[in-house]
Design a protein around this ligand. Structure first.
Ligand SMILES: Cc1ncc(COP(=O)(O)O)c(C=O)c1O
Length: 451
């Protein structure tokens, strides 16, 4: 069939596809989805809408990204304007003004001397970019022997080869060969025995950071380039950093000349009540990765923020020569920059980071009412994020959470995220107190219904 014939057989509107087979869904059980599709056709503010016009309350900010809520008018208008003015300009050797404007606005939100912004298109690209900048930074300074990268068990850093290598989720790694070599992992910071049903950062667990000293002793600091952690491990089930843990990691990295990377793809742009989690914890990392919330999910965008000294280390050699051999065709895409600028303005005008901070105690209290429901083993909260661990059904790990998610969507009209046997909640930062209670009521009913 010629491509043009093929196009003619497609339905005009995408609300009711007549073929579910061609699309291979990511991180989704395809066969089960295609038997009972959870199809979404539009969204506004706190709600998604299905093809039969059922409203579904968004308990997850899409995939941790629509922090300003859905289809916000200023963001939509900015994207439309940008599409009419400049569809694309080359990212290499040329640039457009909005890229500089967005970079300086992001730098202004970042702590300390994190002032240099490198753009890409996703969290995974941001992570690989940060790891490459760390390696190259040591290289240009004459410490090219620093090649090891240290991640953490239960860490999620996207799906690029760099990200899965430093990541610590078994299923994301085991199918994909030998990964990067020279990678080591810190232990995860979670212990149900010591931390169950904690609101905010657990008091127990800072000592897990000291494992970095053991890793340094094993490999020698002169071989280690960087440590990467999420300030709050999100995708693995919302594991807030124990009190004092990130400060200890910073001190050990300083002692040994190791770069500290915070992967803030989830925690950036308000999730923990601050522009970046680094601010919440008073710890200044060397590199921050971001994505998701930078455009409130409206156009794909990610990036890395680097300290001045890192950027300056590259600014040597002949002036006509490229300093960092890295970049993407769509780095700082005009539509993404327009969406980013409009999103940051909304965050500022509606004080959404402060709003998340103010709502945190109310949110935590509401989520904790799920304690005692059938199969609920632990609940953790931090900022406007919560993880609810469920007991696995015998021989079927993940099934109970999956059934809860299906039930919540189909019968209760609430979207939740699941990771293994954990429910993750992370509503848009515009959520009201009443909507928090609605989300929790709906989730509670779904948990009971599948018990
Ligand atoms: C901490 C962290 N890093 C990286 C990523 C990858 O982002 P993306 O899916 O945009 O590649 C994610 C996605 O959830 C994340 O949570």
């Amino acid at each position: 069939m010629a491509p043009s014939d093929k196009a003619q057989t497609r339905p005009a509107a995408a609300t009711a596809p007549n073929d579910l087979e061609s699309y291979w869904l990511p991180f989704t059980p395809n066969r089960s989805f295609k038997r009972a599709p959870r199809m979404i056709v539009r969204a506004k503010d706190m709600h998604y809408y299905t093809a039969d016009n059922r409203a579904v309350l968004d308990g997850t900010a899409g995939l941790w990204c629509t922090n300003a809520g859905h289809n916000r008018d200023p963001i939509v208008a900015a994207i439309k304007r940008a599409a009419e003015e400049l569809d694309y300009s080359p990212a290499f050797q040329f640039a457009h003004p909005a890229a500089f404007e967005l970079a300086s606005r992001i730098a202004a939100l970042a702590p300390g001397d994190l002032n240099r912004v490198f753009f890409c298109n996703s969290g995974s690209e941001a992570v690989d970019t940060a790891l490459k900048i760390a390696l190259a930074y040591h290289n240009v300074r004459g410490e090219g022997g620093r090649t090891r990268l240290i991640g953490r068990e239960r860490g999620y850093h996207g799906v690029g080869f760099g990200g899965i290598s430093v990541g610590g989720i078994v299923n994301n790694r085991k199918f994909f060969g030998s990964l990067l070599n020279g990678v080591d992992h810190l232990p995860a910071t979670y212990s149900r025995e010591h931390q169950a049903f904690t609101k905010g950062e657990p008091a127990w667990g800072a000592h897990f950071a000291d494992e970095l000293e053991r890793i340094v002793a094993l490999h020698d600091a002169s071989t280690i380039a960087a440590v990467i952690v999420e300030p709050m491990a999100g995708s693995t089930g919302v594991l807030p950093a124990p009190q004092g843990y990130l400060q200890r990691l910073r001190a050990i990295c300083d002692r040994h000349g190791i770069l500290l990377i915070f992967d803030e793809v989830i925690t950036g742009f308000g999730r923990l009540g601050y522009a970046f989690a680094a601010e919440r914890y008073g710890v200044v990392p060397d590199l921050i990765t971001f994505a998701k919330g930078v455009t409130s999910g409206a156009v794909p965008m990610g990036g890395v923020i680097a300290r001045d000294g890192i950027y300056e280390a590259f600014m040597r050699g002949p002036e006509h020569a490229i300093e960092l051999f890295h970049g993407y065709t769509y780095s700082a895409h005009p539509l993404a920059c327009a969406a980013g600028l409009a999103t940051l303005e909304l965050y500022r005008d509606e004080k959404l980071f402060a709003r998340a901070k103010a709502l945190e105690p109310r949110f935590a209290e509401s989520v904790m009412t799920l304690k005692g429901l059938p199969g609920v083993l632990d609940i953790r909260t931090v900022g406007l994020a919560a993880g609810i661990d469920l007991a696995s059904r015998p021989g079927a790990p993940g099934l109970r959470a999956y059934q809860t998610m299906e039930r919540a969507f189909q019968d209760e009209g609430v979207m939740i995220r699941i990771a293994g046997e954990t429910i993750a909640l992370s509503p848009p930062l515009i959520v009201t107190e009443a909507q928090i209670d609605q989300i929790i009521d709906k989730v509670g009913r779904a948990i009971r219904a599948v018990a």
